[in-house]
Design a protein around this ligand. Sequence first.
Ligand code: HEC
Length: 139
Amino acid sequence: MNHFVVCRVSGKLVIEAMLFLLVMLLAIPSATVQAQQPALSQAAPSAETIAKGKQNFVTYACYACHGYFGQGAETGPRIDTSRRTLAAFVSFVRKPGRAMPPYRTQSQISDSALAEIYAFLKSVPPPPDPNSIPLLNTK
Ligand code: HEC
């Protein structure tokens, strides 16, 4: 009887250990993929990705025309990321076709550097409604 109890307990332990291993094995590939493509994954971007994007925005001179937060200036409009998906954003920068100088090649700016910029711009809070600012609404 004692022997039976030990067997049942250890059998349960073995099953639990196998389940644990299975879960770990399933988790490894997705963790690896995320580690390889932090900027392009669907998950919310990390603080590190956003910080890199902020740096890229200066390194690649975007700030010079669009302002440090893409808020816009006389030299370039406010960048509204809600108007474009990441793919559309990247293709716009590669081929703006209007007043903005094109960044055509990967050596000018890589897709992953642009994805980081996109993540940074998405992290900038939207401007407040002008009607909510008392100073703008005095008569
Ligand atoms: C020399 C000035 C200049 C630089 C540098 C510049 N832009 Fe622009 N950008 C513009 C101007 C002007 C426009 C609007 C006219 C046009 O569509 O070409 C624009 C438009 C855009 C738009 C579309 C805005 C919207 O919301 O519709 C995006 C996105 C953009 N720029 C991203 C970038 C990024 C990212 C960089 C850096 C890699 C960059 N720009 C560098 C001048 C600039």
